[in-house]
Design a protein around this ligand. Structure first.
Ligand code: SF4
Length: 352
């Protein structure tokens, strides 16, 4: 059991000084953290893993080295660079946030959690992470890694997500007044490299002797998870329509909602049943001699699975009347196509 949180924090920080991960967005020992890089990385890491975020982070910071450069960039350029990361509402908020920081805060991120929370796209976790990592302020930073470590150290057996408030309080009791940002990063590193979901490496852990989960032999089973409801499956049909010049019809999704503002291959609505020929005809972007391509495109969003059939056709004389934009096939890479639509394009190209 942890009886002395000051000593526990000191041990963890000493471990961190020796074993910290070298991450592209992280300040080196002795360097001052750049709030822009901390913010950008934290938003990206809400979407994806550390290895997957690295190349995106490098591309973004090479192209937009400052928050002002990002604010001045057209939103479409940012959406194209973001493509593949998912949750495009976050990319739009990234742009809005950059503009607010550039125009209303003279290009400098505010330091306190309360002020950071006022910025677009910044929630409680991100505000705490920026405030502590970029500015060294004391804040309780709790991500999935931290929840796992804390649930094990204190042997918290309440299932998630009900355990979240208790885990947050316990994390707060451990957070030191000094080096709060390093402590937050140390917790993340411990969870990512030592206190891993499977087979935690307790022999290498600076908290092994305090850890109640380890003492009780239940560490690997924590945090407990509530039984998950199965995700529903939605189905639809995408229209792969070529004009006589060899360009494909795309359209832009509504700004609000799933994949808001992204470019897509037109499709029927997505519902529980696969659309039959009548629905395909009703929702078609132009009357055309559609033929169904073999197979389906599968994609999983956070709340549902999607199965999209694809129909293909050559547009007739009225092709100029279609709503949307015609994009030559070799220019599709310039479009902000979300991952699901990249799959549709690949499926159509290999089966049409
Ligand atoms: Fe995790 Fe093991 Fe360390 Fe406990 S002793 S915090 S279970 S790695």
């Amino acid at each position: 059991m942890i009886r002395d949180s000051v000593e526990a924090a000191a041990r963890l920080l000493s471990w961190y000084d020796r074993h910290r991960r070298d991450l592209p967005w992280r300040a080196k020992p002795g360097e001052t953290a750049d709030p822009y890089r901390v913010w950008l990385s934290e938003i990206m890491l809400q979407q994806t893993t550390v290895p997957a975020a690295g190349p995106y982070f490098r591309r973004f910071t090479e192209r937009w080295p400052t928050v002002r450069a990002l604010a001045d960039s057209p939103l479409d350029d940012l959406l194209v660079a973001w493509a593949g990361l998912g949750y495009y509402a976050r990319a739009r908020n990234l742009h809005k946030c950059a503009q607010v920081v550039a125009n209303q805060h003279d290009g400098r991120f505010p330091e306190t959690e309360a002020e950071l929370l006022e910025l677009p796209g910044i929630g409680a976790y991100t505000a705490a992470a920026i405030s502590s990592i970029a500015f060294g302020r004391k804040a309780t930073v709790v991500d999935g890694n931290v929840e796992r470590v804390v649930s094990r150290v204190f042997a918290v057996e309440t299932p998630m997500p009900a355990a979240k408030p208790a885990l947050r309080k316990l994390t707060a009791t451990l957070t030191p007044d000094e080096r709060a940002g390093d402590f937050a990063q140390a917790m993340m590193d411990l969870g990512a490299t030592v206190c891993t979901p499977r087979k935690p490496k307790c022999m290498l852990c600076p908290w092994a002797e305090f850890c109640d989960g380890r003492a009780a032999g239940i560490a690997e089973t924590l945090p407990r998870k509530a039984a998950k409801a199965d995700k529903p499956t939605r189905r639809g049909v995408a229209y792969w329509l070529l004009n006589p010049e060899g360009a494909v019809l795309l359209r832009r999704r509504a700004e609000e909602g799933l994949l808001g503002g992204m470019t897509e291959v037109p499709s029927t609505a997505w519902g529980p049943k696969a659309p039959g020929d009548a629905a395909v005809a009703t929702e078609q972007p132009l009357p055309a001699p559609w033929r169904r391509l073999p197979g389906v495109v599968r994609h999983t969003f956070s709340h549902f699975h999607l199965e999209l059939g694809v129909v293909a056709a050559q547009a007739g004389d009225g092709w100029r009347t279609a709503e949307g934009l015609w994009v030559p096939i070799d220019r599709l890479g310039d479009q902000a196509l979300p991952s699901v639509m990249v799959k549709v394009v690949r499926h159509a190209l290999s089966n049409a």
